[in-house]
Design a protein around this ligand. Structure first.
Ligand SMILES: *Cc1c(COP(=O)(O)O)cnc(C)c1O
Length: 442
């Protein structure tokens, strides 16, 4: 049975209004269901633990929610961190994630980043032969214990969203395995580098069907077996299978599940779970998305032509992908009244607009909802990953506060501040407000 997400969400919205998290000055707030996040982390661990005794590191893809208390929560739940920039690495370290649970993947690591990663003994996945050549100069003269891998692109094809498909024939990530001669070069690269012990692949984020993800993992497992046969030893000891479990944005149902994916992997890649390889996963969206909600006040309602429009305070700044690519990233919207109670009434098709100054700043078009009125609250659901944590600074709109909540039926809802709301003074300061005359004379 699907967990009841609606009742906890409704309680949290009501409590957020009572706690004054949503005001004239702060017309947008983001909520994170902490019990939900914990449950997803536990489900991920259980799905793999059920199928293998091999060590599995679940490294949360920090880019999905780059918020330090979130990374800490996941660490406490037994997860690690997959980082792809100096900023993400710093966030993971600030959260207290230990080196043995950090994996650095990025297609553009500088020499300085590589040196630092080796000094910290965090795992590194090289993206390409030029990066391997840089590591050739660094690894042998260092005393690092960093496990080092190579990202490969099995070129199995793309999913529904081109921009998020990373295993296409021409993807910018990893070594394209099916290019002429590439596979042999990869095998040789391992034989020449005894310190190269991992293979990494990540097929895409959202929109990639599970069977395609499993095919990519099968390709990489086969390559590992080939390398180990050529080496005459178990040189490749760890497979990093990436993230990318898609999220259902159409209902409160959490599908597909980690258990379904893990069982599919067991069926398609039998050797994966037999204990010969340690595993790393890098899930992001699927751990957080369903547990986040953006709340925004309705400022005005109007009609234009015959089109009813509710002008709210949530738009492109918190839902950038949805606004620019609504066909790929539809969001569910729930309506509440000014006191945070679910709004009732006959559904009317209406647009839910954001505050930004361009016509396309719409969260939803012709969406059937109870007729919205000024002071009401709209909730953009399933926004726990890649939404409110990914503020887009258009129109100098402030970043909303992010609040974790807990509390069951019968008990009070408790909030903890994950990220305070940005202040207008902060925007001025970040925009050069401290040196307004910088451009006046040479
Ligand atoms: C983005 C990314 C992930 C996470 O993808 P999700 O769809 O959020 O699970 C994992 N690994 C790599 C290398 C990525 O780029």
């Amino acid at each position: 049975m699907a967990p009841d997400r609606r009742a906890p969400r409704d309680r949290a919205v009501r409590a957020a209004v009572e706690h004054g998290l949503l005001t004239e000055d702060r017309p947008v707030a983001a909520l994170l269901d902490i019990d939900g996040v914990r449950a997803s982390a536990a489900a991920l661990r259980a799905a793999f633990a059920e199928l293998t005794d091999a060590p599995v590191l679940h490294a949360f893809a920090v880019k999905a929610s780059p918020l330090v208390p979130v990374l800490r929560l996941l660490y406490e739940e037994g997860l690690g961190a997959e980082v792809a920039s100096p900023g993400e690495l710093a966030l993971a370290r600030a959260a207290g994630v230990t080196a043995d649970r950090i994996v650095l993947d990025s297609p553009a690591k500088t020499r300085a980043e590589l040196r630092r990663a080796l000094a910290l003994n965090i795992a590194v996945n090289a993206d390409n032969p030029q990066e391997l050549a840089r590591l050739d100069a660094l690894v042998p003269v260092s005393s690092t214990t960093s496990p080092i891998g190579l990202r490969v692109n099995p070129q199995v094809g793309g999913g529904a969203i081109d921009a998020l498909s990373t295993a296409t024939a021409t993807s910018k990530f990893g070594v394209a395995l099916r290019d002429p001669g590439a596979r042999d070069r990869v095998v040789r690269a391992f034989l020449e580098r005894p310190w190269l012990t991992r293979l990494h692949t990540h097929t895409g984020s959202q929109g990639v069907p599970l069977p395609l993800m499993a095919t990519a993992v099968r390709e990489v497992h086969g390559l590992a077996e080939e390398i180990n046969a050529a080496a005459g030893r178990r040189q490749v000891d760890t497979l990093d299978i990436g993230g990318g479990l898609p999220v259902n944005f159409a209902s409160d149902e959490e599908t597909p599940t980690y258990a379904e994916y893990a069982r599919l992997l067991a069926a398609e890649v039998p050797g994966l779970f037999d204990g010969s390889y340690a595993l790393v996963t890098e899930f992001g969206r699927s751990l957080l998305a369903k547990h986040g909600t953006v709340l925004a006040r309705v400022e005005y309602t109007k009609t234009s032509g015959s089109r009813p429009i509710a002008v709210t305070h949530a738009g492109v700044q918190v839902a950038t992908r949805t606004v620019y690519d609504p066909a790929s990233w539809p969001l569910r919207i729930a309506a509440y009244d000014a006191l945070g109670r679910p709004k009732a009434g006959p559904a009317v098709d209406q647009d839910v607009a954001g505050p930004a100054c361009f016509a396309g700043d719409l969260l939803a078009v012709a969406r059937p909802l109870p007729a919205l009125e000024p002071g009401d609250i709209v909730a953009a659901l399933d926004t726990g990953a890649y939404y409110f944590a990914h503020h887009y600074a258009y129109n100098s709109l402030t970043r909303p506060g992010v609040y974790g909540f807990t509390g069951g039926p019968g008990g009070p809802v408790r909030f903890a501040t994950v990220r305070p709301p940005q202040r207008v003074e902060d925007i001025v300061a970040e925009a050069g407000g401290g040196h307004p005359e910088a451009l006046l004379d040479g």
